[in-house]
Design a protein around this ligand. Structure first.
Ligand code: ASP
Length: 320
């Protein structure tokens, strides 16, 4: 069997990773279809507060979603931003990725295109997300809290047995973002980048910072120079952070998920970060990473950690 692999940001991608790994092991489906399906599964799940249905709304109480799809063989790239009530933003991003022109659509134009393509629509604001929004509004007023805590964009990179690679990302962006705000996620080179001749990378974290360093592109560029996914991720993130500290005195939370075309994977992060991986050699597994003295420490998530995560994610109220 030829090498295959799947890596995705955050524990919420575990079920999708498990399913993808079964398909990748069989070897008949393409990386591009597998990664789209994986992201759709997460968009459809109403208890994930940062992606698709159930994603948290902006300051006006409206759920605005961003997504992108990237084919590493053809460089078909499609992005959508600020879309409302399109059930699967990733589906639209993939559809428009094959267009020679108009492969990035925002707001109203994206809605019109989704209607033309007969894609499903639904109300993406769940009662649970609405409650969290109301609570947060109060907290911001009373406690003067930052609207942005934590980061949870789902992004995945896939390699199939034929050597094709594809990547996809989907997000509701920052909670309480301004209407019309778009982060790094749907932008080629920032939140997503893949080249089947080398590998791919997806990012999650503070989009306003990630886009300054075009981090996903930088990681793939370093891999093309011969670095392993782990080395490329660490080098790109460490360098970027140093520059940010020099220029701006701070750097937001950033986490990367990386896979090369040999099925080797890597990550880099400056905060505690969970991610999922499956390759020919590893069954779908949740790992936790954090950084210690510029080095990334990775551990398999314990049963206890997974149970605590599940409890927190699946209860009626959202902890922000
Ligand atoms: N990167 C996303 C954004 O800035 C946020 C996230 O990863 O949660 O929109």
């Amino acid at each position: 069997m030829k090498q295959w692999g799947f890596i995705a940001t955050w524990c919420m991608a575990f079920d999708a990773c498990f399913e993808a790994s079964k398909e990748l092991a069989i070897g008949t489906k393409k990386a591009s279809d597998i990664v789209e399906h994986a992201i759709k599964k997460i968009e459809d799940y109403p208890f994930y507060k940062s992606v698709g249905c159930g994603g948290l709304p902006n300051t006006d109480g409206v759920v605005e979603l961003d997504a992108a799809f990237f084919d590493g063989d053809t460089w078909d790239f499609g992005g959508v931003a600020g879309v409302k009530n399109i059930a699967n933003p990733i589906g639209l991003a993939k559809k428009i990725s094959t267009d020679r022109f108009n492969c990035f659509l925002v707001g109203e134009g994206a809605t019109i295109e989704a209607q033309k393509q007969h894609l499903p629509f639904k109300n993406m604001l769940t009662e649970r997300a609405q409650k969290a929004w109301e609570q947060k509004k109060q907290d911001i007023l009373l406690k003067n809290l930052s609207p942005y805590d934590g980061h949870d964009t789902v992004g995945a990179v896939t390699l199939d047995q034929k050597g094709s690679m594809a990547a996809a990302v989907s997000t509701s962006g920052l909670f309480m973002k301004k209407s019309g705000r778009v982060g790094d996620s749907p932008f080629s080179g920032s939140g997503i980048y893949v080249d089947s001749e080398v590998g791919g990378c997806v990012a999650t974290g503070l989009g306003e910072d990630i886009m300054k360093g075009c981090l996903s592109y930088e990681v793939v560029r370093l891999m093309e120079e011969g670095l392993s996914p782990m080395e490329a991720g660490e080098k790109a993130l460490n360098r970027f952070e140093q520059k940010m500290l020099k220029k701006r005195n701070h750097c937001g939370a950033i986490s990367l998920a990386i896979l090369n075309n040999k099925g080797e994977w890597g990550i880099a992060t400056n905060v505690e970060y969970s991610f999922v991986v499956s390759t020919q050699d590893i069954p779908a597994t949740v790992f936790i990473a954090h950084r210690k003295e510029q080095k990334t420490i990775i551990e398999k998530a314990s049963e206890e950690w997974l149970q605590a995560w599940y409890k927190k994610t699946h209860r009626d109220t959202i902890t922000i």
